[in-house]
Design a protein around this ligand. Structure first.
Ligand SMILES: [Zn+2]
Length: 289
């Protein structure tokens, strides 16, 4: 081989080595980049916190189909003693009497005051219309607590409701018993005691029930208050409040305001609670199941 040829070969080999070196460097550079990229990709992600929310497991469907325990569905409702009973209360009179007249019964020419003034206590100067409203309100509460439905003709003193209107009020509410609440007076100031007025047989178709009920109420009233009941049950045919009434009705005269000893009891708020309790006990007896 001549020198010239050797030089040529060396030259070519040199070029090839140079090219190989360049290619090798390029490959190396790509690998480094790849490592770099890999490093970026595999870097740990920023820490993310998750809130753990506990959800209630739905009840298995079969649970809904299971019958309730017997004691759960058993009716444990105990009826109150006067549940289903409707009582009407009419506290007698009002702050100002109404002297206009109205017939004492349907078709009658006999006329009476629409509302009379009522009586009052000469010692305390407290009026009947105040005493009877206090007792009626106490009685209303007791009756309601015992499950009765109660309708009152008035809950304040300053009204103007005639005796016919009061009777019709009981009719309209179809009460099982209407109770007219009054106090009595007498020229004889020694006279004391309670009694109950009821319509006579000609003026009511509920006479037997009314009489039995009146006896229950008067007896219970005497027991609760100690007030004498010696005057008993009195039948009347001249009461507007009875004669226009088609449902059972009574009128309790709770005592005599004309008697000083009794007046002081009748106006006393604690004693009024006893009076209401006594009437209530009698009503409960009337409708005992
Ligand atoms: Zn009266």
């Amino acid at each position: 081989m001549n020198i010239c040829r050797k030089k040529a070969i060396v030259f070519i080999v040199s070029i090839l080595l140079a090219v190989a070196s360049v290619l090798s460097l390029t490959s190396c550079s790509q690998t480094k980049d790849a490592i770099k990229r890999e490093t970026v990709i595999t870097a740990p992600p920023p820490s993310i916190s998750f809130e753990v929310v506990q959800t209630q497991e739905p009840m298995p469907f079969i649970t809904y189909l299971q019958p309730l325990p017997t004691e759960t569905i058993k009716d444990t409702h105990t009826p109150l003693p006067l549940e289903g009973i409707v009582i009407g209360l009419d506290p007698g009179h009002q702050a100002h009497q109404n002297t206009e007249k109205e017939p004492v019964e349907p078709g009658s020419s006999v006329m009476k005051k629409k509302v009379s003034a009522g009586t009052w206590g000469s010692t305390t100067h407290i009026y009947e219309y105040e005493v009877v409203l206090n007792v009626a309100l106490e009685l209303r509460d007791l009756l309601k607590q015992a499950g009765a439905t109660v309708y009152m003709t008035r809950e304040v003193n300053d009204v103007d409701i005639s005796n016919i209107e009061r009777a019709k009020f009981f009719n309209e509410h179809n009460v099982d018993l209407g109770i007219r609440i009054h106090c009595n007076s007498s020229d004889d100031t020694s006279k004391a005691g309670a009694f109950i007025l009821i319509p006579d047989k000609k003026h009511t178709k509920h006479f037997d029930f009314i009489k039995e009920c009146a006896n229950n109420i008067l007896s219970a009233y005497g027991d609760a208050t100690g007030i004498s009941t010696k005057y008993g049950i009195v039948e009347r045919d001249d009461q507007t409040g009875f004669n226009w009434c088609s449902v059972p009705v009574i009128n309790i005269e709770m005592g005599h305001m004309s008697n000083k000893t009794e007046e002081l009891k009748l106006v006393d708020s604690n004693f009024q609670k006893k009076m209401a309790r006594g009437i209530f006990n009698g009503v409960a007896e009337c409708f005992k199941k």
